[in-house]
Design a protein around this ligand. Structure first.
Ligand code: GLP
Length: 241
């Protein structure tokens, strides 16, 4: 595990963008595992800036997103499809056919999960997985549980996640209660993992995830076992360490 402390959110985002950018420069046909949430916004913004300057080329990149809400169409403003297009894909030269997210409106969700796993293995696997962390220690939408779920699956979101996602919706009633997420095995099979964390509200869970017991009750704790795991946090995120 490598830990890098950034002075603030902007520095964290720049450091993360540097790692993603190096990955794409060294291997133009990289498979990037991507995340949503407010944490990676600065990273995507920085990558867009470097793309506009001509420093990075995404034309051969494939993206695999971690998760999607069930019941939201790709055009819904709060869907992760929409988030990724608005904040990243629409501003770079990634090929539309190389962009992948689970379909939260699929009628056969079990099939959708199986197909998503097959798609990931068809790409040859994820080269670099970008992750945030939920305030309850979830990664993707792998919520605290009694067992690690290895593969892509449907998950009922915890009250804490629903509450924390309420900030993006006008009404708490509208917040989806379930999602499709890639599983822990898929995340752990990524060749490299980069987790970014900012803010005081993540400090305690980050400390537990990095130095506490490895347990499905805190899904991010499994990352301690990954052979190429990097964490970049700002000062506030590391304030409990
Ligand atoms: C959602 C996403 C996660 C993300 C988390 C944290 O639950 N599924 O991938 O890490 O939010 O979000 P934020 O970065 O806004 O704190």
């Amino acid at each position: 595990m490598r830990i890098y402390k950034a002075a603030n959110y902007n520095e964290m985002s720049r450091m993360a963008a540097n790692i993603l950018s190096a990955q794409v420069i060294l291997k133009p046909a990289s498979v990037l595992g991507l995340a949503t949430g407010s944490t990676p916004l600065g990273t995507y913004k920085q990558l867009i800036e470097w793309y506009e300057k001509g420093d990075i080329d995404f034309s051969e990149v494939t993206s695999i997103n971690l998760d999607e809400y069930i019941g939201l169409s790709s055009t819904h403003e709060q869907s992760y499809h929409h988030f990724m297009h608005e904040n990243f894909f629409d501003h770079i030269n990634i090929k539309p056919g190389n962009i992948h997210l689970p379909d939260g409106t699929a009628t056969d969700l079990e099939k959708e999960c199986k197909d998503y796993d097959a798609l990931i293995s068809d790409t040859g696997g994820i080269d670099l997985q970008l992750l945030g962390i939920g305030t309850d220690g979830h990664i993707g939408f792998n919520e605290p549980s009694d067992a690690f779920e290895p593969l892509t699956h449907v998950v009922n979101l915890t009250d804490s996640t629903i509450k924390s996602n309420t900030r993006f919706f006008t009404d708490e009633e509208d917040v989806p209660k379930s999602a499709i997420t890639v599983g822990i095995k898929t995340i752990m099979q990524a060749k490299k993992i980069l987790m970014i964390v900012n803010g005081k509200n993540k400090a305690d869970i980050l400390k537990e995830a990095l130095y506490g017991c490895i347990t499905p009750a805190l899904p991010a704790s499994i990352l301690q076992l990954h052979p190429d795991f990097t964490v970049i946090g700002d000062e506030e995120a590391f304030s409990s360490l």
